[in-house]
Design a protein. Structure first.
Length: 270
């Protein structure tokens, strides 16, 4: 339930630092809200249920996280890209010992999200306003167990956050067996997904991909979750089976499949 005395979300369009955002009620849920940023759907929040993730790609990320860490693990998480903080809310509920930092470029958006939604307070969830690459560069070596990159300008991730240089910077910040997870939006040609996979494969010993079969066959625009780690990745007997559930079933590709998918693609450079 919302904090006592916390302002209730109000539908409407709001001016933010990077343009406008629109908050609208979910027509299929009494307590659900959809956040659009500059016209693009960014997040879904269920005020009463932080474990509900309506965006399929967020469910896939959550499945990868839950397969690796349990509720009592003191997970140190860095989110690059905030939106309405759907994933930080989920992780705070599913992994209550976690400590999370959310990096959000738009300070006004971060202020509104704190105002509208019942986010756990620091140190459980701390929002840091800044540019994702600059903030990552400022962090100490091996200070995070999990980095989730979910940053978009329109339908694409800004190029400086996709390169070998940035991926190496993220790896520096990760613990030795930490996981780097990225949300790659791509068109049916899958050119960007292949290059992102090649980039992450150049930095990490193990890789994985989660996406729905139609996306992996090049039939539509959508999301591809790409992961890298020097530790175990995408393991657990129930993970692949669990990903086949939900409204949009997804396939899990392990390292050999990812490297075949990326074969011939050039890693992205600054």
């Amino acid at each position: 339930m919302p904090r006592q005395g916390a302002p209730a979300p109000v539908a409407g369009e709001f001016t933010i630092d990077t343009g406008t955002c629109e908050l609208e009620p979910d027509p299929y849920s009494t307590n659900g809200w959809v956040l659009r940023v500059n016209g693009v759907p960014s997040s879904h929040i269920d005020i009463d249920d932080p474990l509900r993730l309506d965006f399929e790609y967020m469910r896939w990320i959550a499945a990868l996280v839950d397969a690796r860490w349990g509720p009592s693990d003191r997970l140190r998480v860095l989110h690059l890209g905030g939106g309405a903080c759907s994933l930080p809310r989920y992780i705070a509920a599913a992994h209550p010992a976690a400590r999370q930092v959310v990096v959000e470029l738009d300070g006004k958006l971060a202020e509104l999200v704190r105002q509208w939604f019942d986010l756990p307070r620091a140190p459980l969830v701390r929002i840091r306003v800044g540019e994702a690459r600059e903030v990552t560069r400022s962090l100490s070596e091996a200070s995070r167990d999990l980095i989730i990159r979910d940053v978009f300008a329109g339908s694409r991730t800004p190029h400086p956050l996709t390169t070998v240089g940035f991926t190496q910077e993220a790896k520096r910040v990760l613990a030795a067996d930490g996981i780097y997870l990225v949300n790659c939006g791509d068109s049916p040609d899958l050119k960007m997904a292949r290059r992102e996979a090649a980039t992450i494969a150049s930095a990490f010993a193990n890789t994985a991909i989660v996406a729905d079969p139609a996306m992996l066959k090049g039939r539509r625009y959508g999301n591809v979750i790409i992961a890298g780690s020097d530790g175990p990745l995408g393991e657990g007997p129930g993970l692949a089976r669990g990903l086949l559930g939900g409204g949009v079933p997804a396939h899990l590709w392990h390292d050999d499949q990812v490297r075949r998918f990326a074969a011939g693609a050039q890693p992205l450079t600054d």
